[in-house]
Design a protein around this ligand. Structure first.
Ligand code: NAD
Ligand code: TYD
Length: 353
């Protein structure tokens, strides 16, 4: 039977990669992309599938419950994959309220409408349906030099972004605990790859370096993130929807911990060799640290490996070269994004440089 996925936030970075990954690897599916088209969205990300008869875009906002209901009225949805979110920590520090609206209220609206569509009068859910909440390792807080986040690590978010994601996770859990709604949560580490908005570390450094602009490093640059190539995250989500036991949480990560400063130096080296020899470490500029900056994230992904047979396929060396090449080759995409607000954002954030 042909399954229909409702993917929210599909015009953003990971959502768009997920839609392309799914339509490329599975013939017999339909995908509805529900997205409010905020600053982070870009329908260009979906150009290669926009004419595919299995794909449909609906402009709708998770904060407007009626707009979600309309999508469920018009379509028989089997799987909900909730990517839609305000996703940038720096913006959450400036404006926490927006994060509560989309990440918490929006998720609760989506849970409520999905439940309404899937539950019968006896409180039983339709066979085979699934609600997958795409969460983040940031809900666990910050690690010292040792140790890993496992699925049983207590939630201890620090930023308004991670607090809003942790809150959404607890509502998803509540729908499982209270109603036995078939849900799962994935908590992934930092993603990188094509189509990521220029405000995040890796695309920002690539863009600024190509334009010989300063490369802002927060604090001492010794914070650690565990980087995963975006399609490896997409493959994990695909597996969880199809194979996971309901109610389970899965960590997803690449065992690829790097200091921020080393990420920046790697990008400089690739660009110096391939684009312009003027690109050098002299562009690095240490700036004021992010408030409440989490020191280290590291994921123990043994549960998803053992239970679902997931393994990352793209190592960091290969992934970062592919990513840099993509931004270098997709000048039009970069120009569109930079003219649609990124440059203004950059000037505001880094006016001190
Ligand atoms: P993104 O910011 O690139 O995209 C978010 C998308 O959601 C955009 O297309 C935006 O228009 C849409 N959106 C925002 N508010 C909406 C609303 N109210 N209604 C409907 N659509 C709305 O984000 P991303 O980096 O692709 O992240 C996707 C998800 O994955 C998020 O939930 C994020 O928390 C999670 N995640 C991200 C990472 C990462 O490294 N980027 C890692 C782990 C988990
Ligand atoms: P980011 O890409 O914003 O992801 P997250 O905060 O969700 O992990 O940032 C990754 C790391 O890079 C984080 O430690 C903050 C740091 N950073 C900089 O040093 N300079 C920058 O300009 C940005 C955007 C991030």
């Amino acid at each position: 039977m042909k399954k229909t996925y409702l993917v929210t936030g599909g015009a953003g970075f990971i959502g768009a990669n997920f839609i392309i990954h799914m339509l490329t690897n599975h013939k017999d599916i339909n995908i509805i992309n529900l997205d409010a088209l905020t600053y982070a969205a870009n329908l260009e990300n979906l150009k290669e599938v926009e004419k595919d008869s299995r794909y449909k875009f609906v402009k709708a906002n998770l904060c407007n419950i009626k707009e979600i209901e309309d999508v469920f009225k018009e379509n028989e949805i089997d799987y909900v994959v909730n990517f839609a979110a305000e996703s940038h920590v720096d913006r959450s520090i400036k404006n926490p309220t927006e994060f509560v609206k989309t990440n918490v209220e929006g998720t609760v609206n989506l849970l409520a409408v999905s439940k309404e569509a899937w539950e019968n009068s006896k409180g039983e859910f339709k066979q085979g349906v699934r609600f997958l909440q795409v969460s983040t390792d940031e809900v666990y807080g910050s690690l010292g030099e040792e140790g890993y986040f496992s699925e049983t690590t207590p939630l201890d978010p620090h930023s308004p972004y991670s607090a809003s994601k942790a809150s959404a996770d607890l509502f998803v859990k509540a729908y499982y605990d209270t109603f036995k709604m078939p849900v799962n949560i994935t908590r992934c580490s930092n993603n990188y790859g094509p189509n990521q908005f220029l405000e995040k570390l890796i695309p920002l450094i690539i863009f600024n370096a190509i334009n010989l602009k300063p490369l802002p490093i927060y604090g001492d640059g010794k914070q650690v993130r565990d980087w995963l190539y975006v399609t490896d995250h997409c493959r994990a989500i695909d597996l969880v929807i199809k194979k996971a036991k309901v109610g389970e949480v899965y960590n997803v990560g690449g065992n690829n911990e790097k200091f921020n400063i080393d990420i920046v130096k790697t990008i400089i080296k690739i660009l110096k060799e391939t684009v312009n020899e003027k690109i050098s470490e002299d562009l690095i500029k240490y700036v004021e640290d992010r408030k409440g900056h989490d020191r280290r994230y590291a994921i123990d992904a043994s549960k998803i490996k053992k239970e679902l047979g997931w393994e990352p396929q793209i190592n960091f060396e290969e992934g970062i070269k592919k990513t840099v090449k993509w931004y270098v080759e997709n000048k039009e995409w970069v120009l569109n994004v930079s003219s649609k607000g990124y440059l203004k954002y950059y000037e505001e954030m880094y006016s001190k440089l």
